[in-house]
Write a protein that binds this ligand. Structure first.
Ligand SMILES: C[S@@+](CC[C@H](N)C(=O)[O-])C[C@H]1O[C@@H](n2cnc3c(N)ncnc32)[C@H](O)[C@@H]1O
Length: 221
């Protein structure tokens, strides 16, 4: 089962149940969307969107005039995401792109975002899975308009008295193929317009870290 989930292939159909979403990981994505604070009408790129567990929160924020562009390289994860879109009637708001984020053409992504660039990029529990995370991040940011925002939610080892849960956190990350020590929120700390302007929240004993802030014009398109 671990290998199935890690490849995000045929294990996709069990992802929502086996990923610990209800008890652990939902808290991180909710904190991340709150910090990102997408506005009605915004276009948000969901990098490594998986089965679309961010869509409900993002669609609620951007509204019927906004857009959510979900990118993932796993056709099986996107098949689950597509079923979610159909069931919720989000066809006019959510678009799916099957692509490797590390080789994605930012110009094509800008075009998908309506030409002027997306208003924000958001990524939850995906950058720690992508070995070429720096490149994936760079390309996604290049599809964001100047002045746009970014949010990252990912994992680290639990802290303080929660350290007793470290073996469980390590197991969850190993099952999903995530590097628990990658700390991908550092990409935003490096590329923010003002690192002091980054909002941060931690959940589940520090295991989940959510950050959001405005991107530097040096990394946007
Ligand atoms: C742990 S899942 C997270 C999914 C979703 N963001 C969530 O919060 O539930 C990691 C996702 O990253 C995707 N992924 C891994 N490497 C990728 C790459 N190079 N390009 C695009 N997606 C990738 C996987 O297919 C998988 O759907």
């Amino acid at each position: 089962m671990a290998a199935l989930l890690r490849r995000y292939g045929v294990g996709a159909r069990w992802y929502d149940v086996l990923s610990g979403e209800r008890w652990v990981y939902r808290a991180g994505r909710e904190a991340g969307i709150r910090l990102l604070d997408p506005r009605p009408g915004d276009t948000v790129i969901d990098l490594g969107c998986g089965t679309g567990l961010n869509f409900a929160g993002l669609v609620a924020a951007v509204g019927p005039t906004g857009r959510v562009i979900g990118i993932d390289r796993s056709s099986d994860m996107l098949a689950v995401a597509r079923r979610r879109i159909v069931a919720a009637g989000w066809h006019d708001v959510v678009t799916l792109v099957e692509a490797d984020a590390a080789t994605l053409d930012p110009a094509a992504l800008r075009a998908a975002a309506g030409g002027r660039g997306a208003d924000a990029v958001f990524s939850t529990y995906a950058l720690s899975v992508i070995p070429a995370r720096d490149e994936a991040w760079r390309r996604a940011c290049a599809a964001v308009r100047p002045g746009g925002r970014a949010g990252i939610v990912d994992m680290q080892r639990p802290r303080g008295r929660w350290r007793v849960l470290e073996p469980l956190a390590l197991l969850a990350c190993a099952t999903g193929g995530a590097d628990i020590d990658a700390h991908p929120w550092r990409l935003l700390e490096r590329d923010a317009a003002d690192s002091r302007g980054i909002a941060r929240a931690e959940r589940k004993g520090g295991h989940l870290v959510a950050v959001a802030g405005e991107l530097s014009p040096s990394v946007t398109g």
